[in-house]
Design a protein around this ligand. Sequence first.
Ligand code: ADP
Ligand code: MG
Length: 659
Amino acid sequence: MSKSKSSESVKVVVRCRPMNEKEKAANFERVVSVDVKFGQVVVKNPRGTAHEHPKVFTFDSVYDSNSKQVELYDETFRPLVDSVLLGFNGTIFAYGQTGTGKTYTMEGVRNDPEKRGVIPNSFDHIFTHISRSQNQQYLVRASYLEIYQEEIRDLLSKDQARRLELKERPDTGVYVKDLSSFVTKSVKEIEHVMNVGNQNRSVGATNMNEHSSRSHAIFVITIECSELGLDGENHIRVGKLNLVDLAGSERQTKTGAQGERLKEATKINLSLSALGNVISALVDGRSTHIPYRDSKLTRLLQDSLGGNARTVMVANIGPASYNVEETLTTLRYSNRAKNIKNKPRINEDPKDALLREFQEEIARLKEQLEKRSEKLEKERKAIMEDHSLVAEEKLKLLREKEKKMDDLKREREAAEMLAAKVKAMESKLLVGGKNIVDHTNEQQKILEQKRHEIAEQEEHIKERQELEQTQNELTRELKLKHLIIENFIPLEEKNKIMNRTFLDEENDHWKLRPITRIEDNQQMMTRPVSAVGYKRPLSQHARTAMTMRPDVRYRAENILLLELDLPTRTTKEYEEPVIAPKVAAALEDALRDEDEIQVDASSFHSSLPTPPGACVSTIKKPKSSRPKTGKKASTPTSATSPSSSGHPLYPQSRGLVPK
Ligand code: ADP
Ligand code: MG
């Protein structure tokens, strides 16, 4: 009956909604941070100390407040719906506190294609898949139910007051008795079914938000697919997709409910707490008894938890600090659900496949039609023959003939009705290729192509925006440089540089030509090879020396000296000679400036009565430019040279120079 498959875990993803206007206005702290890359949700305690570590939870995927509906669909839900199309059962739960985005994730905003949730996105996905299929026949039907205060209501039934029962059959398991299901042939039709259900859901609820936060809504899509197997027989696979928007997970008692409300609260808690208990029992591993029977919800979704289904649980949380308790509870709850092991398998040829019934009915009707056609043909022939009889027994048979004509007419009508019925039944069975009128391959392909083009355009727009930004930045930089050039660089210098610039086309770079003394942009002059003479100016001596002897000294050409060749020292520091104190004193005196020499001329005058002119010449001051070198140290002796008087004239000694 079915292909078995190894077990797999329930996939749990977390989605954190953005802060809403109220929370922003009230300036609530954001306590949840989402690390999309690592699949982690980090929650810090708003009242905790600085040292308290934040709580970290890891999931299969996490989505932050910027997450797009389509991202969630493509990454998390599309694979699940794909497997439903293959014949697996699939379930998507949205779990979380009221107002965290469960309905947003499941249904989204109806008229906004970007904000459409999983349910409408799955419609598109399913019918697109069918329209592209080949040699397969599909039957898609939808049901919609609600569990409120442990009572099941069929949201598609005319009688909304009626409550439905859960039944169990050994072969097919738990089902809702008398739950209506509508065969849908297109996205439009299934959307209509959803809208009718949503309308019924809000009927009778005084406060829709409150009602929806206390009830569980389950939208069920059953997809049956018939295909010719390798054995030459038609085989039917049935996949069932449960899309569950659970009641708010917040503790109902917290709201201070009493009386009827408390009763309601306990009942709502019942399904959710039973769900929690089932999860615990499944994860525990030791429990042999799983309390599915404790609530309607757990009974109905028994297969999705530890059974024959693939399950994705979306845990919705809010980011603000005042929700931190509920957020942590939700994260712990869903963290446990990660460990539930399911055993999904393809449901092949189940007994209750509607598609099989349809196919058999169509075959039966077709057979009937064939028989009728044969009968019709016979009658026609008979009348034709009758026609020949008319001539003989005209009057007698006239009535009979008329009666036969009536019968014939009725027969024809019946046959037409039968044919219409066959057609109607066949139209419910969807086949891919060109047979589906409203979902042709072509249309889808064109749509895909258009989407692709749009995506490409968007890419181009993005690219253009980036280019514009770069251009703006460059313009700004250019303006700044212009400003600097205009204000700080002399015009003359600027022109010089401008004249030197050129575009190196190979590298796409502006470059500067080397400075030349020659105008009109010629290359700097290089010394022509043919030029006579030496590279450097040489003295006449050097030139003759070069020609005369092969002395390296004058070979300036082709010698490159990078450093000065410093010779080793050949001289010594000057040391003063040792001079006797007497000589030193004499030297000192001799070296003294003449200005300082005091000559006592009074005695000289009295002892030498000479004519005034002659006297002046003898004591004539020597030239002040007299060198003060040691060589002239002998001057004092020369002072003893005979003067005109014949008396040596010494300046007075001032005694020894202290050492
Ligand atoms: P729930 O069903 O869990 O009670 P709703 O889906 O009704 O919560 O979400 C409450 C509000 O938050 C709605 O107005 C919805 O539009 C908004 N919302 C929830 N999740 C998101 C999201 N991911 N991005 C933007 N708005 C969101
Ligand atoms: Mg809701």
